[in-house]
Structures are given as C-alpha cells and as structure tokens.
Write a protein that binds this ligand. Structure first.
Ligand code: SF4
Ligand code: SF4
Length: 374
C-alpha cells in the first residue's frame, strides 16, 4: 500500500452519506455550546462540504469560517451513532490557498516552535538510553522545552521521531503529513515498542495509515505501565484529573487513569464534573478564536476549582498550558478560592510518589509490559 492519503475521496463521500442528520453531534460540540450556530457543528460542516461537492454551494469566507470553528476534539466522531469519521472528513476537505500553504509549511511551524526554546535555554538536553528496543516518542513541545520523560522502571531510548504530523494534517498539508508518516513508520518498524506521553501525538500516530498494520500494535501510552506498579505518595494529596480529548479518542478510558490514581496510597482522588470536556486550547484555536477558547477554559476551570483539589493532573502538554492559564486567571480574580496546582501526571508520579510493589498482571498483554519493568 502506498501512502496516498489519510482518507480517500470515495471514503469522504461514504462518510457524508452515512450521516443520518440526527444532530447528536450538536449536543457534544464545545464550539456549539458557546456560539449556538448549527453551521459549525459536525452535521453543519458535513452538509456544507456536501453542498460544495455537488456544486450547490460556492466556497466563500463564511463557509471557511464555519470550517475553521473547530477544536479538532473528536467529540462528534466519538459520539456519532452512525460512525461518521467527522474529523477525518474535515481534515481531508480543508481548503488552503498559497499563503495558507506557506503559513502551514514545515519552516513556519518550526519557526513558531522555536519560540519555546527561549524557556529551555539554560536547560540540559535529556539523556536517554543508547540501546533499547523500547522507544520514546518525544513530541515537538517536549523536544523544544527539553522536558525529560522518566518512566519508572523502564529503559527508554529516544526514537528521534519527526513531529506526529497532526498539525499538518489538520491544516490541509496532507503532502507533508504523508512524508512524516513514512519517516516515522520506518523507525517504528525496527522497535519492539514505542511509548508516548503526549495524548495528541499518541492519537495522531495511532491513526497513521500504516504500511505494516502490525506497527500500530507497538504503540503504548505510558500509563499502561503504571497499571503494573503500586505507588505511595509522600504526603496526603487530594487530586483531580483532566482527560485530554485526544487521549479519549485514542482509546484510553478515563477509568483506566482514575484506577491508577485511586490505587496510589495517600491520594484522595476526586473526579471533577465533566472531566473529559475540552480545555479549549485546540492547537492554535485559542489564537484564532480567543473569546470562545477563553469561555471554554473558564468553564473547565470552574469544575477543577470546585473539587478543592491540591493538584489537577493531565497528560497533554497543550492541555497543561491551557489549565495553567485558566488557573492563573482564577488566582487573580478569585483570591479566596483554593486554586489547584497544574501538573503533568507523570511528573507528579516522579516527583511525589515512590514505588512500593508491582501488582499482579491480570492479562498476558499486561504481563508482557510487567516483564519490561526493571
Ligand atoms: S451525530 Fe453523526 S449521524 Fe448524527 S448528525 Fe452528527 S455526524 Fe450526522
Ligand atoms: S471536532 Fe469538536 S469542535 Fe470540531 S465539530 Fe467536532 S465536536 Fe465540534
């Protein structure tokens, strides 16, 4: 199979025709919740794409704006009873002109990311194992911030992957996406396992059109390892967890993460209301639509603060930024409220927890991962 596309043209048509127009996607869309405009829902977008394809509609700035009003959160896709791959269609049908091609080129993307180097100027580049078949997929943000990923008890080699390519796919640069997929698959091909700590990268790579489908089975989100370990927190902490949209869409269940957190001794886990609702960041959505993003992030913040937790944890660098921002704003405006500290889940475990003992593995798949623990 060639790396031709993430979705073929006939698949786009099939997906649109599968839509029964039930409207369930409207009820789960965070953008619709804010602006109450049907044209921005998945159903609305699909109908406009279909209208353009049939020639009933002409592309104009209003339609482009409707397409642009999307957090790429996959909520519509996950909740569609007809199984329409909504975001797959949106990505395939993205329309960009010459300027758009330039603004979404590798050069400009790297230029934007290079601003992050400012924050890690004095930091040392993390050192990983030289020899190991278990590779770490270091995302672009972790790379630029020189953020070290430590997985308790596992020898990790940096796979030196390219970007997960989602920023290109969602911006209409399928040509770049295909090249990156090809490059990254070559590395995955020679690995025993590839471990991710970024929900977005994990979701993006899991959706690659793999040449060798077996490569998909090698992809693991790091929390899978922690199902095999028992931890004790150094102090009593109350914590809550924000479920990143892309962790959910990659197939990881909120309960899996919660079970890990609940099993940590001295931890009091409190589920926030709507733990899996979007944080509002959405790649660069917050720059393009700051008012909507701000409103979504403040709703999330309210649910976090209501838990009265010491920490809010998450597993995606952009969710982390979004939560840090909304907690900071709340600190300024609600001086009397207890504002939880924001932390990456794995950083929290490495900083505040110690291993007590390995749990018994319940499945052979889990046992395989247990053997990899030192
Ligand atoms: S939920 Fe699915 S089938 Fe229903 S309107 Fe939305 S896209 Fe169409
Ligand atoms: S991906 Fe999210 S924001 Fe975009 S249409 Fe679907 S539910 Fe709405």
């Amino acid at each position: 199979m060639n790396y031709t596309t993430s979705m073929h043209n006939d698949e786009v048509k099939q997906n649109i025709l599968k839509c029964s127009r039930c409207g369930l996607c409207q009820g789960v869309c965070p953008v619709f919740e804010e602006i109450k405009d049907e044209k921005t829902t998945a159903r609305g977008k699909l109908m406009q794409i279909w209208g353009l394809k049939k020639g009933d509609l002409k592309l104009n700035s209003k339609i482009l704006k409707n397409f642009d009003l999307c957090l790429n959160c996959d909520k519509c896709k996950l909740n569609c009873p007809s199984g329409v791959d909504t975001t797959g269609v949106f990505n395939k049908e993205k329309k960009i002109n010459l300027l758009g091609r330039f603004l979404n080129s590798v050069f400009v993307f790297n230029l934007k990311l290079s601003a992050l180097s400012f924050f890690s100027f004095f930091k040392k580049t993390p050192i990983y194992e030289k020899k190991s078949d278990i590779l770490y997929f270091e995302g672009c943000i972790a790379k630029k911030l020189k953020k070290e990923f430590k997985l308790q008890g596992v020898k990790l080699k940096n796979g030196n992957f390219e970007c997960c390519a989602l920023p290109y796919l969602t911006k209409g640069r399928e040509d770049i996406y295909k090249k990156i997929v090809k490059y990254n698959e070559k590395i995955i091909e020679n690995a025993q396992m590839v471990v991710f700590d970024c929900a977005t990268c994990y979701s993006a790579v899991k959706n690659y059109p793999f040449k060798n489908p077996k490569n998909k089975e090698k992809l693991v989100f790091y929390t899978d390892f922690y199902k095999q370990i028992e931890f004790v927190a150094k102090k009593n902490y109350k914590i809550t967890y924000h479920m990143p949209c892309h962790l959910k869409s990659s197939g990881v269940k909120l309960e899996e993460i919660e079970n890990i957190l609940k099993s940590i001794k001295n931890i009091n886990y409190k589920q926030m209301e709507k733990a899996d609702s979007c944080c509002g960041f959405g790649g660069d959505f917050f720059i393009r639509h700051p008012k909507i993003a701000y409103s979504i992030s403040m709703k999330k913040a309210k649910n976090i603060i209501n838990t009265k937790a010491d920490f809010v944890l998450t597993s995606c660098p952009t969710c982390l930024w979004s939560l840090q921002f909304s907690m900071f704003i709340n600190k300024l405006i609600n001086k009397n409220n207890k504002i939880p500290k924001v932390m990456d889940l794995n950083d929290f475990i490495n900083t505040f927890c110690a291993v007590t003992l390995k749990k018994q593995s319940k499945t052979s798949q889990d046992a395989g991962k247990c053997e990899l623990l030192l």
